[in-house]
Design a protein around this ligand. Structure first.
Ligand SMILES: Nc1ncnc2c1ncn2[C@@H]1O[C@H](COP(=O)(O)OP(=O)(O)OP(=O)(O)O)[C@@H](O)[C@H]1O
Ligand SMILES: [Mg+2]
Length: 226
């Protein structure tokens, strides 16, 4: 089953083309690492998949058009997570609990998974950057989505949180979740992903299996230097 199929996708901001006829297939169960230079269009692609911005042309097909409920079956963190500062962590997630018809257990187990449950009654104004990122990941996984998109999820995370994120990704993947992981942390991309693709000049230039080789990180790094 193809979790995601993108055909000849195009997107410009004003007169500046960013996505220029992009094609991509991600199979169900993959953990796909999306890498590419700053400004290449990774976050734009994520927002297009999430339908947060409108494409100019082309096709984006999720689960062969078989999704029943996009809101519960697709989870994501976007680059700048926004929360209500005057509400607690739990109250911020309660919004999604209500929208997605979930339970308190779902909220607490998501917060447990990301190690932020201890701060559930703290106001967001008292959260550090890494705590907010953990909360954003909790929000993304709250409905145990079939498809999870993480855009720079390791930003602001300490080494322990990064290791925990890796465990979360692997745990969800074992449960069948397909994941797109966008990051500039290439050793993390290597550790987390089963495949990767390089977005450059508006297209995915290639997609490959991730290897166990010690040189895999160097190989990815060299893409940015050529
Ligand atoms: N809302 C917007 N309006 C106009 N231009 C935009 C907008 N969002 C992004 N861009 C431009 O589109 C291009 C791609 O940006 P995008 O954020 O998708 O890149 P990225 O690959 O995610 O980069 P990074 O690695 O820095 O996160 C950039 O040139 C950026 O300036
Ligand atoms: Mg980005």
């Amino acid at each position: 089953m193809r979790a995601l199929e993108i055909k000849n996708l195009q997107k410009s901001y004003g007169k500046s083309p960013v996505i220029k006829g992009l094609n991509l297939v991600v199979e169900e169960g993959e953990v796909f690492g999306l890498i590419g230079p700053n400004g290449a269009g990774k976050s734009t692609l994520v927002k297009l998949i999430l339908n947060l911005i409108k494409k100019d042309s082309g096709e984006i097909i999720l689960f062969e058009n078989g999704l029943k409920n996009f809101a519960t079956e697709v989870g994501a963190t976007i680059e700048e997570p926004s929360f209500y500062n005057y509400m607690t962590g739990k109250e911020n997630l309660d919004i999604y609990k209500t929208l997605l018809k979930l339970s308190d257990d779902d909220v607490f187990s998501a917060m447990e998974m990301t190690g932020i449950r201890y701060a559930s009654d703290k106001k967001l104004s008292a959260y550090s950057m890494g705590m907010k990122q953990r909360l954003a990941i909790s929000r993304a996984i709250i409905s145990k989505p079939k498809f999870l998109i993480l855009d720079e999820p390791t930003n602001g995370l300490d080494p322990k949180a990064i290791l925990e994120l890796r465990d979360i990704v692997h745990k969800l993947n074992d449960l069948g979740t397909t994941i797109i992981f966008c990051s500039h942390n290439l050793s993390e991309v290597k550790n987390i992903c089963s495949t990767y693709g390089f977005l450059n000049d508006g297209v995915i230039e290639f997609k490959k299996e991730m290897s166990d080789s010690d040189r895999q990180v160097d190989e990815m790094e060299s893409l940015f230097l050529s």
